[in-house]
Design a protein around this ligand. Structure first.
Ligand code: DC
Length: 238
């Protein structure tokens, strides 16, 4: 079977990461959470007091940022490493969510991370989630999904996720954060969040994670068969 690239884009807290991770696991593909890469960069900026108004400092910081993913052998979940340190918990904290959209709008940072993302997906067999995967990182991805959900549902899900990490945050604060990030993500000059023309829209408001995963797997299998047939036909005719 030939491998494909699955791009999952959409608004914050629509369930992209969990869905993408499960789809990757079922297909034996690699899961890449590009939001975690922007979050890790935001953490670096925060910890090194990088001034966003100083292009020299920003440039120097970007050069220092190395991000990798490793699978935790116990949980079997992918975890984010920044310059060799596991930052998976730190990057999910509310103060990072507050600053990440502003930092992810920096063109030089996007260029740097998009290059890394393209390298990670070069051999295909990846499920990558983010905001610009189907439009900018892999416009040629065989399968593109654009996820949406009702704002209150998204906020409620994010609140539960934070609670699981012992962070108690009020629903109003989360709603405000999501609204602010939606606005910044969709209106920024560089690679704004938008649905690719050939993406399938998936509204996760009233469906379960299992249903989301099945919807994507169904489409993925059709695309994998299509690609396998195309490659075989091409090879036979040569
Ligand atoms: O998916 P997330 O909430 O963890 O993403 C964190 C932020 O990173 C989000 O506010 C927008 C940004 N982001 C981006 O600009 N491009 C991506 N491909 C992924 C995330």
């Amino acid at each position: 079977m030939r491998k494909i690239i699955i791009a999952i884009d959409g608004y914050s807290a629509c369930g992209k990461s969990t869905t993408a991770m499960m789809v990757a696991e079922r297909l034996g593909y690699t899961y890449i959470d590009t939001g975690a890469m922007y979050r890790a960069a935001a953490l670096y900026f925060h910890e090194h007091y990088v001034s966003l108004d100083n292009p020299h400092e920003v440039h120097k910081a970007i050069e220092q940022i190395q991000i990798q993913f490793h699978i935790n052998s116990k949980t079997r979940r992918s975890e984010t490493f920044l310059n060799g340190l596991n930052v998976e918990n730190d990057i999910r904290k509310m103060h990072i969510s507050e600053m990440v959209s502003e930092i992810s709008a920096i063109p030089e940072l996007r260029k740097h991370l998009v290059e890394q993302q393209r390298k990670m997906g070069k051999k295909k067999g990846v499920v990558m989630d983010g905001r610009d995967i189907g439009t900018v990182v892999f416009p040629e991805a065989e399968l593109k999904i654009f996820m949406v959900a009702d704002l209150y549902t998204r906020a409620h899900r994010r609140q539960l996720e934070l609670l699981e990490k012992n962070q108690i945050v009020g629903i109003d604060e989360i709603i405000e954060n999501l609204k602010k990030r939606d606005l910044l993500d969709t209106t920024r000059a560089e690679s704004p969040l938008r649905k690719a023309q050939d993406a399938y829209q998936l509204d996760s408001t009233y469906i379960t994670i299992e249903e989301q995963v099945d919807f994507i797997l169904h489409l993925a299998m059709a695309k994998i068969m299509e690609r396998t047939e195309n490659v075989n036909t091409h090879e036979r005719s040569n």
